[in-house]
Design a binder for this molecule. Sequence first.
Ligand code: SF4
Length: 482
Amino acid sequence: MPRNHGKIPPGFSSCHFLRGDHGPKEACGVFGVFGHEDAAKLCYFGLYALQHRGQESAGIVVSDGKCVAEHKAMGLVPDVFKEEDLNRLKGHLAIGHVRYSTTGSSLLLNAQPFTVHHGSRTISIGHNGNLINAHTLRSKLEAEGSIFQASMDSETIVHLIAKNMRLGFEDAVVEALRQVKGAYSLVMMTEEILVAARDPKGFRPLCLGKLNGAYVVASETCALDLIEAEYIRDVEPGEIVFIDKNGLRSVKPWPPSRSAFCIFEYIYFARPDSSIYGHNVYRIRKRQGAALASEFPLEADIVMPFPDSGNYAAIGYTEALGVPLEMGMIRNHYVGRTFIQPSQSMRDFGVRVKLNPVKELLRNQRVVVIEDSIIRGTTSRTRVKAIRDAGAKEVHMLVSCPPHRYPCYYGIDFSTKGELIAADHTVEEIRSYIGLDSLGYLSLDGLIKATKVEKEWFCLACFDGDYLEGPIEGVSKDCLEK
Ligand code: SF4
């Protein structure tokens, strides 16, 4: 296998940049249960497994068939729910939600599940994804007299359902979803019925499971595993599933269209122990690493990931080249979201408290770092500096996906070009910014091959700018607050 002895390979640039402070953020995780006497507790565990999809707020709504109760607050799942909160949430039907805000501020008002009372019915919704026409729908609804309580896009769906209730609940749901555009994997409930729905392009994942006769819906299969539920299948793009005491009914009201599953779920967001459409995320990430090895077989003394995000691609890279994998930086797993800042003289403390380089491993070595993505570039820059400060002779970086050049409007938190270093910088400029000897990105072809799925199945808009729903305007995190 050709090695370039640390020199910059062709098509590779000799510069730098990398991702934001904590990496890109997912919009949310959703979970639902019908037919289990401990529905709220199952939701709690499901949300626990889905915590990586949202850390700003968490909530559960439960029904015993007649009365609805809820508990939600800002914070992580174990902080939001105490034993007594869960004991109060009694019923066989529940939905839960963990949030990271991509439309609307991070406020309790915007925490989900979002619940409204309409006539004699209570409707609650938990939403993963981003609607791209929420601002126009909301203006129209407000002009017609609707009063909105929150500033997130998901509330629009509830208003549209309420407006169409004369059709009956199930048809009102269909009518509401007919009007919204963009990404949604939803759980909804009334006192008596659980609803799970995916947008016609299937941007975000959603799967269906069973546990002792009860139905379970979850953003990812890792949540089914934790409660020992059996995976049945993924909810199809464009499918709406209704579950009540009469069982499960599925409708697909829209004509079939090209799907657009977010490939970034496989690269970064989904947990590696989850499978989506039967494709295990861990294995895909390993194959991305192997693809990097065939595109960039660098000669190095040490190959290491930035833990944890680069771990699986790094395993694939080293396995393919037959070289050992080292953990050149050690992660402190017990760092909270905030901590008291030390004096200014302790530079880069925020990074070092989370990831500390192993000086004895890195000193005088040629290091190749494997990373899963570069978004803003700031954190990578600090980490690379830490590796150099530890005595590394050369630092090269390989990224297991192509450069992110275009914003995401479908539920990931880079919704403007300004948040993406690759939007207006060359690979060479990025290399230089981050402080690398060389920088290489996996090709789009290599990425697609690693998934073993057809290219046409994916949304690739943040890489190629092809927004399958046409040009998108007016969408931003605060577009409903302006
Ligand atoms: S633009 Fe990128 S991050 Fe957003 S849905 Fe498409 S593939 Fe995923």
